[in-house]
Design a protein around this ligand. Structure first.
Ligand code: ZN
Length: 98
């Protein structure tokens, strides 16, 4: 992998959000490039081309995390055939990096 772009944003209710967006490696096979590109699109636009949206934990969970100094993670439930699905993308990367 060739690195990350980091960006900080603020939610409408004042929480801070850190985005870690991996670079799309020029030399990766197409399914990996597409999967990573879709993850970047989802983080920036809030929705993947497969239709999945980014889900922020509810306000109570975010407040509890803030009080305890923990980080919360956004989730995205991609369609099964989307190249950005965790298991599919990670398996493709592991195969490529052998
Ligand atoms: Zn998707």
């Amino acid at each position: 992998m060739s690195g990350f772009d980091l960006a900080i944003a603020e939610t409408w209710d004042g929480d801070t959000v850190l985005f870690a967006l991996p670079h799309v490696p020029d030399d990766a096979p197409e399914p990996i490039r597409e999967g990573i590109a879709r993850r970047r699109i989802t983080a920036i636009q809030g929705r993947c081309p497969c239709g999945a949206g980014m889900v922020l934990p509810n306000r109570a969970a975010r407040r509890a995390a803030k009080r305890s100094g923990r980080m919360v993670h956004m989730t995205v439930e991609h369609e099964d055939d989307c190249p950005a699905v965790d298991d599919v993308l990670l398996a493709a990367i592991q195969e490529w990096k052998r």
